[in-house]
Design a protein around this ligand. Sequence first.
Ligand code: PXP
Length: 248
Amino acid sequence: MKLGVNIDHVATLRQARYAGVSTAAVPEPSVLEAARAALAGGADSITLHVREDRRHMQDADALAVRREISLPLNLEMGATSDMLDFARKLRPDFVCLVPERRQEVTTEGGLDVASRADELRELVSSLTSSGCRVSMFIDPDAIQVEASAAIGAPMVELHTGRFADTAGDERMAELKRLICAAQRAHEFGLEVHAGHGIRVSTLPLIAQVPHLTELNIGHTLIARAVFVGLAAAVREMREAIDRAFPMA
Ligand code: PXP
């Protein structure tokens, strides 16, 4: 099971103090240092989301991580032509297409691939021609899985947000949806990832979802890093993933 570490919140913290501020001080915390710590802690890839409004990650952050860090880079981006231009410049290994709303605190809901099929097919094809492997961040829904396969995406990332935010029977129903969607994706030959709100405590349930090959995790790692440092937080997560998903 691969661990993609999302370091967006490091940029969020930096922007909270330094957005639009001109200062002689070097703005902190450093996104590059975060990527180095994630590498030291055992991350398999670095994920960052360059939003249309550049509210946390800046173009320069992504370009610096691409240049300086040896890990594969996964760019999360909205499905727009401006972001396609940026992806062509950045040349990440992976692109995860996500829905974007300016007012949202974090990515809410999955991409509606089924209703934007023509536009997304073209985007996936352009990104693939630029050397990126593309995944669609979708709700665990058979219609979205089938639409992702139909437009030629090789991978899907199943949105685990609702699973993370519910409890009891509701959470178990969400788990069931994730299991069904993962099975369907596998039948279509898609690589299956999962992300959003995953924590150490939810890994044993997430491990019931079949065919997963990668988890993308951000918030809980940065929260834990406040107390133990990012490399240690990633190492703890790595160990917890290895316990929850023992090697076949
Ligand atoms: N995957 C995607 C597509 C996301 O948008 C996010 C949140 O930025 C994550 C994974 C990670 O979610 P979290 O920060 O809740 O771990």
